[in-house]
Ligand binder design. Structure first.
Ligand code: SF4
Ligand code: FES
Length: 365
């Protein structure tokens, strides 16, 4: 039986999608700026969406049968298309004003500590604020503060940065056999917590770091060791023994050191399905323990969006000028000329930052 297709117009672009598709997924089929930004929806996690309101759109025509516009803006991740529906995203003044308001609310309690946050450069809230935020805050009260919390020995929670999107709770619910954290309390008191500081030890729990759209959950084996735009992302895989793990990862390298291992995310910031057909989630062993190049089969440089700050200094297929130094030096490698530690004392010569199984701190520098 052939599938029923609905015709929907988003920002004046017509597309046909199967009945039951959400406005957001229809817009993602068109792609580019027509797709509303999302902070809580994550297509690979059941029940996600409907929390952050960044994906609000205007429905200027309900359907062919009932052309009345919807009175209020709707969350595109939770609203399904109707045949003949007309939707406005970036073409609607109301949407842009509302989105600016949503960003202002998301930032009310956010510490704006991007200069010291490990998520800077790959933070969706940073991008959202850049595109839709105001240049000042009208909030006159004191922001909420929390002490930072260790969730297990590899994950750090900075509750001050959390936007309560629920993604990490859904990951723990759907990928691990026991969820030990959740959102406690309500309203202004709501927070991610493990109740009496339980540790998250599950072998798949590291995926909460990848789904967190802000810097609330960070990898302690990477913290304070590098900025993401100084690293070069490389796609790699290994034969992982964990049957649930897809074994396909992204290595964040500087020189030949592996500073961080993450899953591979797609253009919407969600985990890509692996080439072996498994969902793209990776186990803690691949993420936290395999930090040597020899642990991996390197596939090649990651294709990074050229507008991303990560693409700074990341060139693929470029033709380099011929290196003349080895010739002049009779084959000796230029790096043997000087030891950076003699010149800059960046960090102690006997310490390899990428090999530290903990955040780097002042005693390492
Ligand atoms: S910690 Fe991150 S993933 Fe979890 S609810 Fe907060 S913002 Fe979302
Ligand atoms: S992405 Fe739709 S409400 Fe958050």
């Amino acid at each position: 039986m052939s599938e029923t297709l609905f015709k929907v117009t988003i920002d004046n672009i017509v597309i046909e999608v199967p009945a039951g598709t959400t406005i957001l997924n229809a817009a993602r089929k068109i792609g580019g700026e027509v797709a509303p930004p999302t902070m809580c929806y994550y297509s690979k996690l059941e029940g996600s969406g409907g929390k952050c309101r960044t994906c609000l759109v205007e429905v200027s025509k309900g359907s062919e049968k009932d052309p009345r516009p919807m009175p209020k803006l709707v969350a595109s991740c939770r609203t399904t298309v109707m045949d003949g529906m007309e939707v406005k995203n970036i073409t609607s003044e109301r949407v842009l004003t509302a989105r600016a308001g949503v960003v202002e609310f998301l930032l009310i309690n956010h510490p704006l500590d991007c200069p010291i946050c490990d998520q800077a450069g790959e933070c969706y809230l940073q991008d959202l604020s850049y595109e839709h935020g105001a240049d000042k805050s009208r909030f006159e009260f004191q922001k909420r503060t929390f002490k930072k919390v260790d969730l297990g020995d590899k994950i750090q929670l900075h509750m001050t940065r959390c936007i309560l999107c629920y993604r990490c709770v859904l990951v723990a619910n759907q990928l691990t056999n026991q969820r030990e954290h959740g959102i406690l309390d309500r309203g202004d008191h709501a927070q991610i917590a493990t109740y009496i500081q339980k540790n998250l030890q599950n072998d798949f729990i590291g995926n909460i770091i990848d789904v967190c759209p802000v810097g609330a959950l960070t990898d302690k084996t990477f913290r304070f060791k590098n900025r993401v735009w100084f690293t070069k992302p490389v796609d790699a895989h290994r034969d992982c023994n964990n049957p649930k793990c897809c074994g396909e990862v992204r290595l964040w390298m500087r020189g030949d050191e592996v500073y961080r291992v993450t899953g591979r995310i797609d253009e919407w910031g969600e985990m890509k399905d692996a080439s072996n057909g498994k969902p793209g989630w990776i186990c803690n062993e691949c993420r936290f323990d395999k930090k040597k190049v020899s642990d991996w089969v390197i596939e090649g440089p990651t294709n990074v969006n050229r507008h991303s700050v990560i693409s700074q200094g990341h060139y693929v297929n470029s033709v380099l000028p011929q290196e003349t130094l080895p010739e002049v030096l009779n084959g000796r490698q230029p790096k043997l000329l000087m030891d950076i530690h003699n010149v800059s004392e960046v960090n102690k010569p006997n310490i390899e930052l990428s090999a530290l199984d903990r955040p780097a701190h002042s005693t390492d520098f």
